[in-house]
Design a protein around this ligand. Structure first.
Ligand SMILES: Cc1cc2nc3c(=O)[nH]c(=O)nc-3n(C[C@H](O)[C@H](O)[C@H](O)COP(=O)(O)O)c2cc1C
Length: 361
């Protein structure tokens, strides 16, 4: 049942999805890696709540914070597989990728845009596994063609993220989400087949979005996925790096509280909407201008439209859920207690999971 991605093998076929800002930091990523999955630190905005940040030096603080966080996760799971999630839409995407490699990341997963130049940024670290997130066959095809032509390299895996269920920024137009046309596992199978047909290679394809319990994992594997990427399920764990108030939002959420908003990044995002007026009005009322220039394209930076996403996510992570945005997948309402990461692995993979991963980590 193990999962091999490039040069790295984990006991269980699970990647913990990157969750910015600092919802998946060293605490969560280290615990997941220790339990035998791939633990991912989310890089977006990671510098803000770090000792390196003085309110003005966002871009120099981020790489230092990434390296700190990787070192902390490594201390928690010396033999585990630890990586980062980097958003392509962020201004400092390239610097963060390099910082992650220098800090010892073994896996880089890239979302919020297609990482067309990723292999070029990591040539000095050939063992780092490179994984794009794609929501369609077309997106996976584009990345593969570019990587093969420009770098003679293919993705070490592809994460197929279902826009109808996943949390955070979504790689699909608002009007196409939830209209019944998206087929997550058909997309998984198409992408897998594409690599066989065009490149004569088997590339692991990982399903993400809406996977919550053991039945969901078994279904994903039965439908042709080589593994799962799960994020929302890990929020209500002891080890998750978000404040208790953030976790409480999940515990309190009802299905009807979860919905879509347009992010200033120009992408739709899925979040808990019960506090959304507070999120929207905060920056408007205070008249705050773009503080960090964190995104390459941002409606808030350009015209004051919507709200500042990175600081809103940062506030939520610290426990200000009056004005901070709480991203989540459609299944977040299922959270009804705080558990440990080991409990989650136990539920997902059975009684032997703890013993087995204790040997590997
Ligand atoms: C709180 C939260 C923050 C997220 N932040 C990021 C991020 O920074 N980068 C990214 O690529 N995906 C992000 N995601 C998406 C997840 O990594 C994951 O692919 C998706 O949520 C999977 O669906 P699930 O939550 O139903 O398991 C985020 C999701 C959540 C819930």
């Amino acid at each position: 049942m193990s999962l091999t991605i490039g040069k790295h093998t984990v006991t269980w076929p699970l990647i913990q999805g990157g969750m910015g800002v600092r919802v998946s930091g060293a605490g969560l990523a280290g615990a997941v890696a220790r339990s035998g999955g791939v633990g991912l630190i989310a890089c977006a905005g990671i510098g803000i709540n770090s000792p390196h940040y003085n309110g003005r030096n966002y871009f120099s603080a981020e790489p230092l914070a990434i390296k700190d966080e990787l070192a902390k996760a490594r201390a928690l799971a010396p033999l585990g597989i630890i990586g980062v999630n980097v958003m392509v839409a962020t201004t400092n995407y390239e610097d963060n990728v390099r910082a992650a490699c220098e800090g010892g990341a073994q896996v880089i997963v890239c979302g919020a845009g297609l990482p067309m130049n990723l292999p070029g940024l990591t040539t000095d670290w050939p063992d780092v596994a490179l994984i794009p997130i794609a929501s369609s066959l077309k997106a996976a095809e584009l990345v593969a063609r570019k990587w093969k032509k420009a770098y003679d390299r293919l993705p070490d895996a592809v994460v197929v993220e279902d826009p109808d269920t996943a949390g955070g920024h979504l790689g699909e137009k608002l009007e196409n989400i939830g209209n019944g046309t998206y087929d997550q596992y058909e997309t998984v199978r198409q992408i897998k087949q594409h690599f066989v047909d065009v490149y004569n290679t088997v590339v692991p394809v990982i399903a993400a979005g809406g996977i919550w319990d053991r039945a969901d994992v078994e279904y994903a594997l039965a439908q042709g996925a080589d593994g799962v990427q799960m994020a929302s399920r890990f929020v209500c764990t002891v080890e998750c790096d978000a404040a208790d108030a953030f976790k409480q939002m999940y515990l309190d959420a009802r299905p009807e509280d979860i919905g879509l908003i347009m992010s200033p990044a120009g992408l739709p995002g899925r979040a808990i909407l019960s506090n959304i007026e507070g999120v929207r009005s905060r920056d408007r009322d205070l008249g705050i201008r773009c503080p960090s220039n964190c995104l390459k394209k941002c409606t808030y930076k350009e015209s004051g439209e919507r709200f500042c996403i990175v600081h809103s996510l940062d506030r939520a992570q610290r426990g200000d859920v009056e004005t901070g945005i709480v991203f989540c997948g459609t299944n977040a309402w299922k959270a009804d207690h705080i558990e440990t990461v080991a409990d989650v692995f136990e539920e997902l993979f059975g009684a032997e999971s703890a013993a087995k991963s204790a040997v590997s980590a």
